[in-house]
Design a protein around this ligand. Structure first.
Ligand code: PLP
Length: 358
């Protein structure tokens, strides 16, 4: 007998990528940054640790919001810090999606959105993407128009493609909220800045960002939402009072103030991404042009699971992904390898191994 809510009992639960805790792995499976965070971050963490750990942290993360506001050219009232951007996505779902409110997200994409909606007992609909990862607006708009909440990662995962601002804005539900999950925004050619929110239907659009990828801080849980203060005010009521701890607030504040460090790592990763994409193409893979810190590679043999296993046997971890019910994939099932852009040395190891495998 189970006493859990039926929503929970029905759920398989979100499966994050593998995080082996022993050493010796080349880890290219969960899109972490291979480079360390800014030394100023480490300094800020140790200062915070020597500081007032007996006291509760600032519930509003004021220092962080001021620092972020400056970088993003918005007012601090437009920023809501969270314990990782996944927590921000949870707060958004809990704030907007009641049991009858429809949630939608592109498919194939980040499947956590579906888990969050399921946990709320909110009906969740997949917006099918075309084979080239573009939108067929005639197909998806009738669904979007009935939604309370639409989540779109931009750039998308696992494909790494990015949609235009016009495409995205047209997916705003007329009576609801559009969430642009910009976990990978800093790796794109023209990262969005806050001013774009001011100039559009600002009170219906939320942008989320994370420190786990471009800022090299996946081990510190920190992300934030950026939106019109009327939205931020509501989200604040939903969040735990102390959702961000003193250590992560100090780390994130130092990280966002060192833009030069983050941008230097992003530029190394973008260069390696080009090299990786070209090399995979030479090995016969089809690679989607990526605007993120990973690439989506499929091979005409379709032997992705075997390739993943052979890499794993060599202690190289990539992400093997399958997406059922994709009309344009063979057997309606899309699968492939999502490979994080590591250091040049890591990518060389991967390519050497793949040359033997494929
Ligand atoms: C990594 C990722 C996140 C999660 O970021 P955290 O801040 O580590 O919770 C959110 N959305 C997408 C699309 C991601 O890939």
């Amino acid at each position: 007998m189970s006493f859990f809510r039926p929503e929970l009992d029905r759920l398989a639960g979100y499966m994050p990528g593998e995080q082996p805790q022993d050493t010796g792995w080349t880890k290219l499976n969960t899109n972490e940054n291979p480079y360390p965070p800014s030394p100023l971050v480490v300094e800020a963490i140790s200062d915070a640790a020597r500081g007032r750990l007996n006291m509760y942290p600032d519930p509003h993360g004021t220092k962080f919001r001021k620092a972020a506001a400056e970088v993003l050219s918005v007012d601090p009232d437009w920023i809501l810090p969270g314990n990782g951007s996944d927590e921000v996505l949870t707060i958004l779902t809990r704030s907007f999606a009641g049991s009858g409110d429809q949630v939608a997200f592109p498919y194939p994409s980040y499947i956590l959105y579906e888990t969050l909606a399921d946990l709320q007992g909110a009906p969740c609909v997949r917006l099918p993407l075309e084979p080239d990862w573009s939108w067929n607006f005639d197909k998806v708009m009738p669904v979007v128009e009935k939604c309370k909440l639409v989540f779109i990662p931009n750039p998308n995962s696992p494909s790494g493609n990015r949609w235009t601002w016009d495409d995205l804005i047209s997916l705003t539900p007329p009576r609801g909220v559009l969430v642009l999950d910009e976990a990978y925004g800093d790796f794109a050619d023209y990262p969005h800045r806050g001013e774009l929110l001011n100039s559009t239907i600002g009170s219906q659009v939320v942008i989320t960002r994370t420190f786990s990828k471009s800022y090299s801080l996946a081990g510190i849980r920190f992300g934030f939402a950026m939106a019109h203060p009327s939205i931020i005010g509501g989200l604040r009521k939903m969040k735990d009072s102390y959702n961000c701890d003193a250590i992560s607030l100090a780390a994130a504040t130092a990280a966002i103030q060192d833009q030069a460090w983050m941008l230097a790592n992003v530029s190394k990763i973008r260069a390696t991404r080009e090299r990786l994409s070209n090399a995979l193409t030479s090995l016969g893979f089809h690679v989607v042009p990526s605007q993120a810190n990973f690439v989506w590679a499929t091979h005409p043999t379709g032997e992705h699971k075997a390739q993943y296993d052979a890499l794993r046997a060599r202690k190289i971890l990539v992400r093997y992904m399958t997406f059922p019910n994709v009309s344009w994939a063979s057997d309606q099932r899309l699968d492939g390898l999502r490979i994080t852009v590591g250091t040049d040395a890591e990518i060389d190891m991967l390519l050497t191994a793949l040359k033997e495998i494929v």
